[in-house]
Design a protein around this ligand. Structure first.
Ligand code: CAA
Length: 386
């Protein structure tokens, strides 16, 4: 894929197909999913039926083989309808990408195949109570026992925990080696000793369960290690370089959903004898919202092209796209609530949900403060992009 400034016909067709599914089968449940904090099963079923539940899985492992840009478009279009539902393809990529990037052929064939066939979703277990932004401060341990590994520890803020069958788990295999003493493993929900905390009570993305995951003497076979012992932190960071692009896409989709709703509203709503769309103060707000979304989309797609190529500057672009698009999503959704006035502040209209959903995009897969650390380090190291 070359750098792009216009979508190919194929990518346009993917957008149209996903939008049709999202409008018909996902959007109608978005308010209820949020209100009841329930898993969006209708979306999960619709995405699976269309082979969009984990579109990034390569064809050789039975997946749809979507490139990074196509995956971004899937996440963006689902998020436009329902942010919680967009976490299905987004987190399936986050959870399984460590296997795809670092696993041996056997592990890839086994687990990417299971994911593609819909045998279960994949979650990503990096964060811990004391390892949030400081991700290298891993306390979860993995100790060898014969050919097996025994895992003990607690993971926190795990998206789709309990729903997913498969988990990429980062664990400390050497207490003396810092970030080089961390390894990555695949753990299954059915492995003895795996259990889950109560679902967190959240501000947004309420349809996507976020729970702690507990590992209590969990014995897994030696072939479940992802790559080499000690490579886990690098694999975890490389994964985030790619998947911060999908969070950027989620943010773009949420923002677009809010703008689209606001555009419809301001044309209908009359005050002082005319549609409020005819007031210049409102026009200026709409213009800024549209301009910011388009800038975020272009940066996200440019980052997707780096993700597809695996370019050196992906680390910068992934962080930049995620930070920029999530800040845009927050601003645009707040403005959408403002445009709807009192109605925007009620749950009878979707924009307050979108505003609450937007907030997490500034926080997860690395806070926007961490993204700025990442970007600055890349700039100072001279990783340039033109
Ligand atoms: N690719 C490859 N290797 C990398 C890397 C990358 N992008 N980033 C770092 N590394 C390597 C470094 O090269 C370094 O190796 P050397 O010692 O050989 O040079 C090693 O990893 C340690 O790197 P740093 O010294 O940069 O590590 P640090 O402790 O300073 O941390 C950090 C850097 C950027 C702050 C990192 O900890 C970070 O990204 N924190 C945020 C964590 C995060 O994003 N968590 C999100 C959890 S997932 C989630 O939210 C998901 C969800 O459920 C939806």
């Amino acid at each position: 894929m070359t750098d792009l400034y216009a979508l190919s016909d194929e990518h346009r067709a993917i957008r149209e197909a996903v939008r049709a599914i999202a409008d018909a089968k996902i959007a109608p449940y978005a308010a209820e999913v949020d209100e009841l904090s329930r898993y969006p099963q209708e979306a999960a079923d619709a995405l699976f039926a269309a082979d969009l539940h984990a579109p990034h899985v390569p064809e050789e492992y039975g997946g749809a083989g979507a490139d990074a840009l196509a995956t971004v478009i899937v996440v963006e279009e689902v998020a436009r309808a329902c942010a919680s539902s967009s976490l299905i393809p987004a987190v399936n990529k986050l959870g399984s990408l460590p296997v795809q990037l670092g696993g041996d052929e056997q592990l890839k064939a086994r687990y990417l195949g299971k994911l593609a066939r819909g045998e279960g979703g994949f979650s990503y277990c990096l964060s811990e109570p004391d390892a949030g932004s400081d991700a290298a401060n891993q306390k979860t341990s993995a100790v060898r026992d014969g050919d097996d590994w025994i895992l003990n520890g607690v993971k926190r803020w795990i998206t789709n925990a309990g729903v997913s069958e498969y988990y990429t788990v980062l664990a400390r295999t050497d207490p003396n080696k810092g970030s080089k003493g961390i390894s990555a493993f695949v753990v299954e929900k059915s492995d003895e000793g795996v259990s889950f905390g109560a679902p967190e009570k959240k501000l947004g993305i309420k349809g996507s369960p976020t729970r702690e995951v507990y590992f209590d003497d969990v014995r897994i076979p030696g072939d479940r290690i992802i790559g080499e012992e000690g490579n886990g932190f690098a694999i975890a960071m490389q994964t985030l370089d790619h998947t911060r692009v999908t969070i950027a896409a989620q943010a773009v989709g949420i923002a677009q959903g809010a703008l689209d709703y606001a555009l419809g509203y301001v044309k209908e709503r009359k005050q002082f004898g005319k549609a409020i769309a005819q007031f210049q103060g409102v026009e200026f707000m709409l213009a800024d919202m549209g301009m910011q979304i388009e800038a975020a989309r272009q940066l996200t797609y440019a980052a997707a092209s780096r993700s597809e190529r695996g370019s050196d500057d992906l680390t910068f672009f992934g962080a930049a796209a995620k930070a920029f698009a999530s800040d845009v999503a927050m601003k645009v959704t707040v403005d959408a609530v403002q445009l709807l006035g009192g109605y925007g502040f009620t749950r009878d209209f979707p924009v307050e949900r979108m505003m609450r959903d937007a907030k997490i995009t500034q926080i997860y897969e690395g806070t926007n403060q961490v993204q700025r650390i990442v970007m600055a380090r890349q700039l100072l190291a001279g990783v340039q992009s033109i």
